[in-house]
Ligand binder design. Structure first.
Ligand SMILES: [Zn+2]
Length: 65
């Protein structure tokens, strides 16, 4: 796994943002701070990661279709 660092504060205290419909296990994962739920609205510019230190959502890499 690649280490993701926050572009703002440089922290590696980063979690993934999950979009779309999620099951109960995803809710538990969010509660324990493993992931962040981004809702079901998906756009091309959606942030993919979230810094728990400075509470910034950011886009790690742009996806191309
Ligand atoms: Zn940060």
């Amino acid at each position: 796994m690649k280490t993701v660092k926050c572009p703002k504060c440089g922290s590696n205290n980063i979690i993934k943002i999950i979009y779309g419909m999620v099951g109960p296990e995803m809710g538990e994962a969010e509660n324990s701070g493993e992931i962040r739920l981004g809702g079901c609205c998906i756009t091309d510019d959606n942030p993919t990661h979230y810094c728990k230190d400075c509470k910034t959502e950011f886009l790690k890499e742009k996806k191309r279709k």
